[in-house]
Design a protein around this ligand. Structure first.
Ligand SMILES: Cc1cc2nc3c(=O)[nH]c(=O)nc-3n(C[C@H](O)[C@H](O)[C@H](O)COP(=O)(O)O)c2cc1C
Length: 170
């Protein structure tokens, strides 16, 4: 299984990266940092097809079987970068449909990263619903948090368990 982590933090080396990195090492997989990509907001006239989204979604559609979103909790929901990425998936439903069709049947999961250990109610609903709409198999999610330099033992345990589940996919 080819696995890709899509990191949606507003900083490349922040808390979400700590969590993403831990998962990436366990899965020995690729990671895309949306903070380093130039991805414009969805445009009804598609005047942004020369930004980084079209080649990125094509690469994901062609090369990966499992897509894991890692997003910080910003204002009780996914980060803006992650949301813009989802909005732009509309491009491959409306135009570049062949790429959109290739997403069907892949696996999708999600990881939230907040400050506190309490999960954010409803955080994962857009991930679950979007996966269903796009024909992706939703494999689950975990909430994580970062308060100190080192990852909390409980967070490490959750990431390990999640990685095991992903590794079992066929
Ligand atoms: C713009 C912004 C909004 C945030 N909103 C929330 C929130 O609604 N709930 C929460 O628990 N933490 C919130 N936080 C804290 C972050 O979720 C937390 O510090 C997270 O670990 C940051 O990850 P990052 O370093 O990848 O940005 C917010 C932080 C920022 C910068």
């Amino acid at each position: 299984m080819n696995i890709i982590i899509i990191q949606g933090s507003a900083r490349s080396d922040g808390n979400t990266h700590k969590v993403s990195k831990e998962l990436q090492i366990l899965l020995n997989c690729d990671l895309i940092d949306l903070n380093k990509k130039n991805i414009g907001h969805f445009d009804y006239e598609y005047n942004n097809q020369d930004d980084d989204f079209p080649p990125l979604i094509e690469k994901i559609a062609n090369e990966y079987d499992v897509i894991i979103f890692t997003s910080p909790v910003y204002w009780y929901t996914m980060s803006g970068r992650t949301k813009v990425f989802f909005d732009r998936i509309s491009d491959v439903i409306r135009i570049n449909k062949e790429t959109g069709r290739k997403l069907r049947g892949k696996y999708m999961g999600a990881v939230s990263c907040g400050y506190g250990s309490d999960p954010i109610e409803g955080f994962f609903l857009p991930f679950q619903k979007s996966a269903a709409y796009l024909g992706l198999n939703y494999i689950g999610d975990i909430h994580s948090w970062v308060q100190t330099e080192k990852l909390d033992q409980e967070v490490k345990k959750r990431i390990q368990k999640f990685a095991e589940k992903i590794k079992e996919l066929k």
